[in-house]
Write a protein that binds this ligand. Structure first.
Ligand SMILES: Nc1ncnc2c1ncn2[C@@H]1O[C@H](COP(=O)(O)OP(=O)(O)OP(=O)(O)O)[C@@H](O)[C@H]1O
Ligand SMILES: Nc1nc2c(ncn2[C@@H]2O[C@H](COP(=O)(O)O)[C@@H](O)[C@H]2O)c(=O)[nH]1
Length: 204
């Protein structure tokens, strides 16, 4: 029987660098995760591609998918819906592939209820002023949206205790290494490696 893959959930406030860190991790040769592309009703930003960055949906399409139970989790975030498609994630996990989600906090907590065996990582900013600087410098949100996202960010930071790990994103390379080390450690804790040593001890 194939052992199920690991579900890795990277979450944290808007602008902390989840997307940047995720892309840096996926660019490494020694990383073998599947990225679950989310669905959203948000309009594409300049340069974003449907089916690569997100599956962009209308609100009607999204609501119909909710009714058909097509999401592991979904959340309304600052006026738009975001959700993780269930079919792709289930298919990967059952094939023994590790799946990486990059989602906001309400969604991560829903996933934790459904998949308590997942690995939940909160990406934290070095400070609130640095967080605001990062969202502002990215240049994708209006001043109002930046303020809304900062209000939500403070509530999200209060939820960090619900996660298995908190990783500070002070430098992208350091944050990537910390996350990769967590995944390696989690694999070691689980059956793959433990069973190998158990079999060795049985033979002794
Ligand atoms: N360690 C870092 N140091 C400095 N700047 C960073 C760091 N990580 C990310 N950034 C910058 O911060 C901005 C926000 O990053 P990013 O878009 O990856 O955040 P996010 O958490 O994915 O945001 P959202 O949740 O809104 O999608 C980008 O301009 C990115 O280049
Ligand atoms: N609950 C979910 N949150 C998601 C999902 N995909 C992305 N996100 C998060 O939403 C915010 C806003 O994203 P943005 O692209 O508009 O800046 C951010 O925190 C994302 O991580 C999802 O499927 N479910």
């Amino acid at each position: 029987m194939i052992e199920r893959g690991l579900l890795i959930v990277l979450s944290g406030p808007s602008g902390v660098g989840k997307g940047t860190v995720r892309k840096a991790i996926f660019s490494k040769d020694d990383v073998d995760f599947e990225y679950s592309i989310s669905m959203t009703t948000r309009k594409p930003r300049e340069g974003e591609v449907d089916g690569v960055d997100y599956f962009f949906k209308s609100k009607e399409e999204f609501k119909s998918l909710i009714e058909k139970d097509k999401f592991i989790e979904w959340a309304e975030y600052v006026g738009n819906y975001y959700g993780t498609p269930v079919d792709y994630v289930e298919q990967c996990l059952s094939q023994g592939k590790d799946v990486f989600l990059e989602i906001e906090v309400q969604g991560a907590l829903q996933v934790k209820n459904k998949f308590p065996e997942g690995v939940f990582i909160f990406l934290a900013p070095p400070s609130l002023s640095e967080l605001k600087k990062r969202i502002t410098t990215r240049g994708t949100e209006t001043a109002d949206l930046i303020n809304n996202r900062m209000t939500v960010a403070k509530e999200e930071i209060e939820m960090m205790d619900a996660y298995d790990y908190v990783v500070e994103n002070d430098e992208v390379d350091l944050a990537c290494s910390r996350i990769q080390s967590i995944v390696v450690a989690e694999h070691c804790k689980r059956t793959r490696i433990r069973e190998k040593y158990q079999r060795m001890l049985e033979v002794e």
